[in-house]
Design a protein around this ligand. Structure first.
Ligand code: ARG
Length: 466
C-alpha cells in the first residue's frame, strides 16, 4: 500500500504531528476493510437521506452527497479510486474522497454519526448478504447429495458403530443424514441472520447524539428489522460475529465428518467410493496413487474456522463497553470464515456432482461378508416369543461358533439352526439377507426402504421446489 501521511487532513486540530509510519501501518485496517466498501457506501447513502428527511441538511446538499457517493462507487468499479494506507480505514477513505470531490458539503456527511456505529452497520450489512449467499450454496450442496441419495435407495452400505460393522443401511439413508445436518446449519444461519439484522446506526460514538436524527429511517432504508434499544449495547455488541463463527464451525464439523467418510471410503481397505480424475490428485513420487485432496483440505480447513471463533471470543471477553480498537480484529476473522466456508461448501458440491462414484460391487460384497445381520436373528427369535436378552445370548454363541468355523450366519445348515432353537424355520435364510435386514427396519426414521423412500420424497419437495 502506498504510504502518504495525510492524516492531518482529517484528525482534529488537537494533533500537531503525523503518525510514526510503522504505527500508521499497524493501526490501519484499509488493507482488509476495503472489502466493506459497498456496504459503507450503502450505509452513508441511507444516512444522507435520513439527514435530509430530518431537516438536518438541505435536499440540495443531500443530492450532492448522494451523487458523490455514487461517483465513488463508480470510481471504485473502474479502479480509479484506490485508498492508501494513510486513509486508515474504509470509512475515512470514502469520507476523504467525498470531501475532495464536493468540498465543504462533503464535510456534512458525518453529522450525527461516529465510525463506531458506522463500522457496526457496515459489518452487519456485509454479513447479512454473505449469509444469504451461503444459504444458497448450502442448498446446492444438499441437492448434489440428494441426487446420489435418490440413485441409491436400494444400494446397501455397511453401517458402523465404533467403526465396527454394525447393521447394513440404505446408502440413501446414510446420505440423507448429512442433508439433515446441513438443513440444521441453514436453520441456524437464519437465526443468526435475525440477530445480524439490527441497526446500530445512530448510537453514534456510544451515547447517542444531540443531533435530531431518525434511527428508524436509516434502519428501514437499509432493510434492518429493528434498531438496538441501547446505544452502548449497539456499539459494543459483537455477539452476532461470534454466533456466525460458531454456526460456521458447526457447519465445518459436518463437512469435516463427511470428508472423513469419503477419505475412508476411497481407501483400498473400504473401497466403497472411487474418485474421478477431475476431483482427485496424484502423487509426485508414487505413480499408482490417487489422493482425496479435496475432502482432506476441507477437513484441514475446519481448524482455521474454529480458530476464528476462538479469536473472536478471546478478543471480546475482556473489553469494557463501548468501542475498543480491539474490535478492528473482528473483520479478518469474519472475512476468512466466510471465505473458507463458502470455498468448502462449493468444493463439496463439486465433489458430489462429478467426483464421487459409489462402487456398488464393493458395497454389495461388503454387506454380504459380515455378521451385521446378527441382530435380525435375535429379532426373529423375539418374534417367536423368546425374551430379547435370551435371544441375544443365543445369537452371541452362534456367532462364536461361526467365527471358529470361519463361516457366516447364512452358511449354517438348517440342522445347525435347529440345534440353536427348534423355533427356527427355513425362512431364517430370507431374514438374513442384507436386503431384507434393511427393508425390515420400518420404525419411523429407520433405514427401511419404505421409510427412506418417504424421506426422499419429502426432501425432493423441500430441496427441488423453486
Ligand atoms: N477501523 C475501525 C474498525 O475496524 C473502524 C472504527 C474505528 N473507530 C474508532 N473510534 N477508532 O473497527
Amino acid at each position: 500500500m502506498v504510504h502518504i501521511n495525510i492524516l492531518a487532513e482529517v484528525w482534529s486540530e488537537r494533533f500537531e504531528e503525523g503518525l510514526n509510519p510503522a504505527i500508521e501501518q499497524f493501526n490501519a485496517s484499509i488493507g482488509f476493510d476495503i472489502t466493506l466498501i459497498q456496504e459503507d457506501l450503502d450505509g452513508s447513502l441511507a444516512h444522507t437521506k435520513m439527514l435530509a428527511s430530518s431537516g438536518i441538511i438541505s435536499s440540495e446538499e443531500a443530492k450532492q452527497l448522494e451523487d458523490g457517493l455514487e461517483q465513488i462507487r463508480e470510481e471504485f468499479a473502474l479502479g480509479s479510486f484506490k485508498p492508501v494506507l494513510a486513509d486508515e480505514d474504509i470509512h475515512f477513505a470514502v469520507e476523504r474522497r467525498l470531501i475532495k470531490l464536493l468540498g465543504p458539503v462533503g464535510k456534512k456527511l458525518h453529522t450525527g454519526r461516529s465510525r463506531n456505529d458506522q463500522v457496526g452497520c457496515d459489518l452487519r450489512l456485509w454479513l447479512r448478504r454473505r449469509i444469504d449467499e451461503l444459504d444458497k450454496n448450502i442448498l446446492l450442496m444438499q441437492r448434489s447429495l440428494f441426487s446420489h441419495a435418490d440413485n441409491h435407495l436400494y444400494t446397501l452400505i455397511p453401517g458402523y458403530t465404533h467403526l465396527q460393522r454394525a447393521q447394513p443401511l440404505s446408502l440413501a439413508h446414510h446420505l440423507i443424514a448429512y442433508i439433515e445436518m446441513f438443513q440444521r446449519d441453514r436453520d441456524r444461519f437464519k437465526e443468526v441472520r435475525n440477530r445480524v439484522n439490527i441497526s446500530p446506526l445512530g448510537a453514534a460514538a456510544l451515547a447517542g447524539t444531540s443531533v435530531p436524527i431518525d434511527r428508524r429511517f436509516t434502519a428501514s432504508e437499509l432493510g434492518f428489522t429493528k434498531i438496538y434499544a441501547n446505544s452502548l449495547d449497539a456499539v459494543s455488541d459483537r455477539d452476532f460475529a461470534v454466533e456466525f463463527a460458531s454456526t460456521s464451525s458447526l457447519l465445518m464439523v459436518h463437512l469435516s465428518r463427511l470428508s472423513e467418510e469419503i477419505i475412508l471410503w476411497t481407501s483400498e481397505e473400504f473401497g466403497f467410493v472411487s474418485l474421478t480424475d477431475r476431483c482427485a490428485t496424484g502423487s509426485s513420487l508414487m505413480p499408482q496413487k490417487k489422493n482425496p485432496d479435496v475432502p482432506e483440505l476441507i477437513r484441514g480447513k475446519t481448524g482455521r474456522v474454529f480458530g476464528n471463533l476462538q479469536a473472536l471470543l478471546t478478543m471480546i471477553k475482556g473489553l469494557p463497553l463501548a468501542y475498543n480498537k480491539d474490535f478492528q480484529e473482528d473483520k479478518e476473522a469474519i472475512f476468512d470464515t466466510v471465505h473458507t466456508v463458502n470455498a468448502c461448501v462449493e468444493a463439496m458440491t463439486i465433489l458430489f456432482e462429478e467426483g464421487v462414484k459409489f462402487r456398488e460391487d464393493r458395497l454389495n460384497a461388503a454387506v454380504h461378508s459380515d455378521f451385521s445381520n446378527a441382530t435380525d436373528v435375535a429379532d426373529y427369535l423375539v418374534a417367536k416369543g423368546v425374551p430379547f436378552r435370551e435371544a441375544y445370548q443365543m445369537v452371541g454363541s452362534i456367532v462364536k461358533t461361526c467365527l471358529k468355523e470361519r463361516v457366516l450366519l447364512k452358511d449354517l445348515t438348517i440342522d445347525q439352526w435347529l440345534e440353536v432353537s427348534p423355533l427356527i424355520d427355513e425362512d431364517i435364510y430370507e431374514r438374513l439377507a442384507p436386503k431384507h435386514v434393511v427393508a425390515s427396519r420400518l420404525s419411523e426414521g429407520g433405514t427401511g426402504f419404505k421409510r427412506v423412500s418417504e424421506q426422499l420424497t419429502s426432501w425432493r419437495n423441500q430441496l427441488l421446489s423453486p
